[in-house]
Design a protein around this ligand. Structure first.
Ligand SMILES: Cc1cc2nc3c(=O)[nH]c(=O)nc-3n(C[C@H](O)[C@H](O)[C@H](O)COP(=O)(O)O)c2cc1C
Length: 200
């Protein structure tokens, strides 16, 4: 796998440091066992009231080509230029209301994000890359994937074996090797009150 290890300012967990969002997938299969491990990682995410409001529509390229093609078809044109070479695609939804009382669940999308983050880290341990995408047709995801009312599509995710940047069109290949950058901690962490520098 291309080494895109994050140039961290402080030591962090090795899986987090190794995770990145590749576009150059080889097309190699993701197995059912690997998919099960990813979904198990999602399953054990924390959620408000243990509601577990996430739903994933999934398809493996090698084993489930029709379902895979349907998921590809809802992706944006840009994402369709690389994501079909992933071995596994998912579209993540969140249920917008609590099952017990029908009240709005204001943190359901947050919980979905935690489940996806756990899969992204689990993918690293499996030797797979993962790439999250907002670039897909929300309306078609709603209408064509059979997910019930009170669920909202949020994110598509590609998982697969990472290949060389040369697998990609030139513009995307350049992005594949561009420096990895982040805001400094001082931009988003504040001591006690917004604007007061955190002491580290
Ligand atoms: C919710 C979400 C939506 C994203 N949507 C897209 C997308 O539609 N297409 C794409 O190529 N990358 C997409 N990305 C990938 C981001 O551009 C990427 O995570 C970001 O540049 C940081 O890079 P890194 O994940 O390699 O650290 C998305 C990421 C997230 C978390």
């Amino acid at each position: 796998m291309t080494d895109r290890t994050a140039p961290v300012a402080h030591k962090i967990n090795a899986l987090m440091q190794a995770r990145w969002s590749p576009r150059a997938f080889t097309g190699a299969p993701v197995t059912a066992a690997q998919e099960a491990t990813l979904l198990e990682a999602a399953r054990w995410a924390a959620s408000c009231f243990n509601e577990q409001p996430w739903v994933f529509i999934t398809a493996r390229k090698a084993d489930e080509p029709e379902a895979f093609a349907k998921l590809v078809s809802v992706l944006s044109v840009n994402n369709q230029s690389w994501a079909p070479q992933a071995g596994l695609l998912m579209i993540g939804f969140h249920r917008t209301t609590f099952a017990a009382n029908g009240a709005a669940n204001a943190v359901a999308m947050y919980d979905l994000g935690q489940a996806v983050a756990q899969m992204a880290l689990q993918a690293v341990e499996l030797g797979l890359g993962s790439h999250q995408m907002r670039g897909f047709d929300l309306e078609r995801a709603r209408s064509e994937l059979g997910v019930p009312e009170r669920h909202e599509p949020v994110v598509a995710i590609a998982f697969g074996t990472v290949g060389a940047p040369s697998l990609l069109p030139e513009k995307l290949a350049e992005r594949e090797v561009a420096p990895r950058v982040r805001k400094p901690i001082s931009d988003f962490a504040h001591l006690g009150q917004y604007g007061v520098p955190v002491k580290l």
